[in-house]
Design a protein around this ligand. Structure first.
Ligand code: HEM
Length: 217
């Protein structure tokens, strides 16, 4: 897990500044009066989860990434199917995402203390920061105050980069999200080279536009 850290940190910082809810005024002290122990509560659940699943850090950062690429970081990926909601979880790009039960556990723990206060999108941001820091990466102040969407955008999940896409297609998706080619290389290549879970079609040193291939099912 520690090898994910730099890419994860960059990713979280980037999405905080670029892909956060565009109209929201985020602040590191957003919950200081309404839920002052939010970070320690998230930390407690996440640390427990790591005992049971050493890959939980990778899973949660990926959920955060997939959430943020569809209408910004609005927690919509957490919504299950319901009347009027076609969940994003069930869309092709998200079928192999995992870790939702841990987010549910964090949400439950927070609801017990500060009901109706902390958004799931902020939970993902806080959990990601904790997991990066606790696994040897840098630390930073998480900007908070994201609002969760009440609707899912399943069709919008096509904005999530796919492993069959070539460099031009991936670059376009990152541009659509307000990110540039440096972000693409820093986030995608580093994290996947580090984790050795997916062989993208290019690396930081050799750029080709052949489609990406998966090396781990
Ligand atoms: C070029 C864009 C990207 C593509 C095409 C891509 C594709 C994939 C694929 C196909 C997997 C394997 C899923 C499976 O096991 O079935 C994966 C895993 C993963 N991706 Fe990406 N990804 C991209 C960018 C990112 C970014 C920006 C992050 C976060 C910084 C990220 C984080 C992860 C993590 C942590 C895993 C491992 C999840 C686990 O072990 O459960 N990916 N990715």
């Amino acid at each position: 897990m520690s090898s994910f850290s730099i890419a994860e940190a960059i990713f979280v910082l980037v999405i905080t500044s670029v892909l956060g809810n565009v109209n929201a005024q985020l602040s590191s002290t957003f919950y200081s009066t309404t839920c002052p122990n939010v970070t320690s509560i998230v930390r407690g659940v996440v640390e427990q989860a790591q005992h049971n699943d050493i890959r939980i850090g990778a899973k949660l950062i990926r959920v955060h990434f997939h959430d943020c690429f569809v209408n910004g970081c609005d927690g919509s990926i957490m919504l299950d199917n319901a009347d009027g909601i076609d969940s994003e979880k069930d869309a092709g790009p998200n079928l192999s995402t995992d870790g939702y039960d841990v987010v549910d556990d964090i949400k439950t723990a927070l609801e017990n203390v500060c009901p109706g206060v902390v958004s799931c999108s902020d939970i993902l941001a806080i959990a990601s920061q904790i997991l990066v820091s606790e696994n040897g990466g840098p630390t930073w102040e998480v900007q908070l105050g994201r609002r969760d969407s009440r609707t899912a955008n399943r069709a919008g999940t096509t904005a999530i980069p796919g492993f069959r896409e070539n460099l031009d297609e991936l670059s376009q998706k990152f541009r659509d999200a307000g990110l540039d080619s440096t972000d693409l290389v820093a986030l995608s290549v580093l994290i996947h080279l580090a984790g050795q879970d997916v062989q993208l079609s290019f690396t930081a040193s050799t750029i080709s536009t052949a489609p990406a291939t998966r090396t781990r099912p």
